[in-house]
Write a protein that binds this ligand. Sequence first.
Ligand SMILES: Nc1nc2c(c(=O)[nH]1)N[C@H]1C(S)=C(S)[C@@H](COP(=O)(O)O)O[C@H]1N2
Ligand SMILES: [Mo]
Length: 331
Amino acid sequence: MLIPRRDTGFVHPQGSEITPRAVYESRRTLLRQLAGGAAGAALAAWAARDALAAATPPGKLAPLPGARSAVDGAVTMENATAYQDATGYNNFYEFGTDKSDPARNAHTLKTRPWTVEVEGLVKKPGTWGIDDLIRLSAQEERVYRLRCVEGWSMVIPWVGYSLAQLIRRVEPLGSAKYVEFVSLADKATMPGVNSRVLDWPYTEGLRMDEAMHPLTLLAFGMYGEVLPHQNGAPVRLVVPWKYGFKSAKSIVKIRFTEKEPATAWNKAARNEYGFYSNVNPQVDHPRWSQATERRIGEGGLFAKRRKTLLFNGYEAQVGQLYAGMDLQKFY
Ligand SMILES: Nc1nc2c(c(=O)[nH]1)N[C@H]1C(S)=C(S)[C@@H](COP(=O)(O)O)O[C@H]1N2
Ligand SMILES: [Mo]
């Protein structure tokens, strides 16, 4: 995101969209031929089945199913991004800055043993083994949109539970106003950490009420399996109403603080990436508009861009958190 490349906002998709393009085009032709009537309904059903098939993982990772969550993720499995796209087009700078780098390089990440330290302003600080953390609460499946600040979005069936479950367990002190998340920065297994593209480790933060919001997911899996390395194994955050970079991957530390924590992207480019980073079509990035987005896998290069929604479409759930705040100022 930092590197000012011409194509940053309209990143040329890797493989994922190139290959299926012929498929989409023939599908469009078919659509035209069948427009309207019973044939249209049959086609819709067929397309939905087709999408579900694409969202099925190859089954190489350990299963981690979640019960359909009561927290409204607002989108259904029929809209899920194809598994190949969600795992082949990633931002994870610890493994390189190209969208295809994480899928190629993240096999070196070691996800066991893995611990997450909880520290700072809490009554019960401590070190959690990853498997204890997984068992802390029942795993739920939530289909969330995730929108990258660069202008693309995906729909992913995440598996995890509300971060609030962990926060309640460790009992924050009254003085705790923010939560900081620290990702692993291991030069030996993460080639990107040897470059100075960011000030490692990758850190992110949320205000306490944002961290406690039921939509904020501590995720351990996706598509019914444990997280692939490139998507932030073994544990990451998913904050669906904020730009994707707020969703820190491969977390090793969760710290409760009184002051707003510095974040990796804010340190790298203060005028481009604020602390809040709520998805907002009305607040442009200094170098590009945020009004529209491209849904990965949708109709290839000539697909119409979608209108980006305030809070990524989760306004009904999270709008109250920002009542009275100037969102131009607190971007
Ligand atoms: N540790 C770490 N977390 C990270 C990033 C990163 O580079 N390092 N990239 C962020 C960005 S910019 C996005 S859009 C999402 C992408 O998540 P996905 O690859 O699972 O779609 O991860 C976020 N979390
Ligand atoms: Mo992003």
